[in-house]
Design a protein around this ligand. Structure first.
Ligand code: NAP
Length: 240
């Protein structure tokens, strides 16, 4: 117990999450594809353990073994922004992984709630709280859903936690983190959290730096009050 499992750890945001957890002395188990190893960065770090595997090939039973050592699972998975990444298999990369994580957690039946943090997007609405969605955004998102498989993947992943797991699950608590347009910055800066997007996510998107997303995820792990504030919710994160 006491570790955090990070999937999608080799991604632009996932790497920053790993770095920030390690900086806080949190023990990390990272699942990364063999060609995306972070071993050269953290191989010697006493708190870093790497599993080289494709998440879609890891069985629920194997995943349960890793999760049995962890109190939290973080997913920073996302489709690579290439033709193959967007239109190739696995089409339900994120949703399938998050479902497998929840099945694995339930199989442990260990009497404590495991925390799950999902990197999601403002392109997915929180239907629990009747968000205002401008008509223009509704139309564009509906078209994206048809044309871009990652949109429906992100929706299915968030809906799995929101609808199937819900807010009162015996084994799982979760937070879906929704950045707006992602940018790269070198340092953590001021950021703020909202229950819902405050601007049109298609035509007037705000900016969120990946390092701020990573900082918020790390703080969800290390700050109990912040976790209690957002668990079962879908916070939107904007740069200040
Ligand atoms: N772009 C935006 O403006 C924006 C805004 C809001 C939310 N988001 C969401 O944020 C999430 C993460 O963004 P990011 O920029 O940090 O992502 P990223 O750099 O593309 O990282 C994606 C991660 O997923 C892994 N991955 C991709 N395809 C895989 C596969 N088939 N099997 C196993 N692992 C796979 C990658 O592994 P490899 O390193 O091995 O490729 C990497 O670890 C995405 O879900 C995206 O939808 C994006």
């Amino acid at each position: 117990m006491g570790k955090v499992l990070v999937i999608g750890a080799s991604g632009a945001t996932g790497k920053l999450v790993v770095a920030q957890l390690l900086a806080k002395n949190v023990q990390v188990i990272a699942i990364v594809r063999p060609l995306s190893s972070l071993q050269s960065l953290y191989g010697d770090h006493e708190h870093y353990l790497e599993i080289k595997a494709e998440i879609s090939q890891v069985s629920s039973a194997q995943l349960a073994k890793y999760i049995s050592q962890c109190h939290t699972v973080i997913s920073c998975l996302g489709h690579n922004l290439s033709f193959k990444g967007i239109y190739g298999a696995p089409h339900k990369l994120v949703a399938d992984a998050i479902k497998k994580v929840t099945v694995a957690i339930c199989s442990l039946d260990r009497g404590i709630k495991t925390k799950v943090i999902l990197m999601n997007t403002t392109g997915v609405s929180n239907l629990d709280i009747q968000e205002y969605i401008p008509l223009s955004q509704r139309i564009v998102v509906a078209v994206l859903r048809l044309l871009l498989p990652p949109q429906s993947d992100n929706e299915l992943a968030a809906d799995h936690l929101r609808v199937n797991i819900g807010k009162d699950h015996p084994c799982i608590q979760w937070v879906s983190v929704r950045p707006d347009s992602l940018i790269d910055e070198q340092e953590v800066s001021t950021y703020y959290l909202e229950h819902s997007p405050t601007s049109n996510v298609v035509f007037d998107a705000g900016r969120t730096s990946r390092i701020n997303v990573a900082n918020f995820m790390m703080r969800l792990v290390t700050e109990d009050a912040l976790w209690r504030q957002w668990q079962g919710k879908m916070p939107v994160i904007y740069n200040g």
